[in-house]
Design a protein around this ligand. Structure first.
Ligand SMILES: *[C@@H]1O[C@H](CO)[C@@H](O)[C@H](O)[C@H]1NC(C)=O
Ligand SMILES: *[C@@H]1O[C@H](CO)[C@@H](O)[C@H](O)[C@H]1NC(C)=O
Ligand SMILES: *[C@@H]1O[C@H](CO)[C@@H](O)[C@H](O)[C@H]1NC(C)=O
Length: 356
């Protein structure tokens, strides 16, 4: 009896410390969408091959079921990952959705996939879902850098020098071999929330120095898609939505080159119906999905990461409503028509509150 009380007291103490810690961490991460560049939100840190972090994992596992914090991890059941893959397979077979779920495994797709030969891992990059952190993990695992802290920020996306080869750099036979035998994963999030994040990150704030988004791409979109000609403000979300939902958007896409990776569909980026991925992570449950992916890839003893700041990955309907407020129903329907494949393949609910 006495021991049970003691255990309970320890649990509460741990929860309390956890709350204090998470408060502190949230302060450093005010903008949930801005983490992809400067703010290091996942802080994956590599630990030496030997040992890992003994004791820590079982401890966390024991703690999880008793967590009652509103911000606490949702605890995704392992079956969920199987169900996601099954849904993906089923939707891939739907004839009516064929154009929206299938693509050619082109050089564009192979350019999106990064290779870690040492641990036989392929990672397809889907911007705006914390990919920078995963790339850093793979760079460390590839041996180019001793730890994530040692990776200069400007090198992460410098694919000439970061020691992280793209799948497209291999011969056809080598590509096939890797696609067949390696562990393959990518991360998705609600498709519309991702577009909002891309819009904010590239056209509103742009924390990296990338002037071409505001000075080349935005004017191109405005020229073709601005409805109100007397409006002189910079690109509005409405313009962006009209461009994305235009069935002939490809004409502009070609001019924009690789920059479109921030807003084309997951289907176009990763070919999820053509490549049989091992795991599809969801940004909304990254607290569970990240460790699951590390475990399944067999690298959890090599890399570890601290708790993800609470609330940062959660879907925010208020934000979505806010951004779509000034956008016409017709334009939103056209946008959904293009992104329906992404919604259906990955189990995201159709946003009826925007469409009806
Ligand atoms: C799919 O695309 C092809 C050509 O791109 C087109 O001919 C066909 O009508 C489309 N099918 C559907 C169901 O939209
Ligand atoms: C067009 O934009 C101008 C300038 O922002 C604004 O005053 C006007 O009300 C807009 N017209 C319509 C029809 O929205
Ligand atoms: C959701 O977004 C709105 C508007 O951007 C913001 O005010 C609010 O704090 C966000 N809610 C959460 C839980 O992050």
């Amino acid at each position: 009896m006495h021991q049970q009380w003691l255990l309970l007291a320890i649990c509460f103490w741990v929860l309390f410390m956890f709350m204090v810690a998470s408060k502190f961490i949230t302060l450093t991460f005010k903008d949930p969408d801005a983490y992809s560049t400067r703010q290091e939100f996942l802080f994956l840190t590599a630990v030496p091959d030997s040992g890992g972090l003994p004791g820590q994992k079982p401890f966390l596992k024991d703690l999880k079921p008793t967590e009652k914090l509103p911000s606490a991890s949702v605890l995704v059941h392992p079956l969920v990952y199987m169900e996601r893959l099954e849904l993906l397979r089923n939707v891939c077979r739907e004839e009516a959705l064929r154009n929206l779920s299938h693509t050619v495994v082109s050089k564009f797709v192979l350019d999106r996939i990064f290779v870690c030969d040492k641990h036989k891992i392929l990672f397809c990059q889907t911007p705006k879902v914390g990919n920078t952190q995963w790339k850093k993990v793979l760079m460390v695992l590839n041996g180019a850098f001793p730890s994530i802290e040692d990776i200069p920020e400007n090198l992460v996306h410098d694919h000439e020098r970061n020691g992280l080869p793209r799948l497209s750099s291999f011969s056809r036979a080598e590509v096939q071999k890797r696609l067949k035998t390696y562990f393959k994963f990518f991360i998705v999030r609600d498709p519309f929330e991702r577009l909002i994040s891309a819009f904010k990150d590239k056209f509103v704030h742009n924390p990296r120095f990338e002037p071409w988004y505001r000075h080349l791409i935005a004017p191109g979109i405005i020229r073709k898609y601005r409805r109100n000609r007397t409006e002189t403000r910079g690109i509005q979300f409405e313009d962006f939505v009209r461009y994305l939902g235009d069935p002939s958007h490809r004409r502009l896409d070609l001019q924009f080159g690789e920059h479109i990776i921030h807003w084309v569909t997951y289907v176009e980026l990763c070919a999820p119906c053509e490549i049989t991925y091992s795991v599809v992570g969801h940004h909304e449950t990254l607290e569970d999905d990240a460790p699951y992916i590390l475990r399944e890839a067999g690298i959890d003893h090599l890399v570890s990461y601290p708790a993800i700041p609470p609330g940062i990955t959660a879907y925010n309907r208020t934000k979505v409503e806010h951004y779509f407020l000034g956008v016409s129903k017709r334009d939103i329907r056209r946008l959904y028509a293009r992104f329906e494949g992404d919604f259906r393949l990955f189990g995201y609910q159709k946003p009826d509150f925007l469409l009806d």
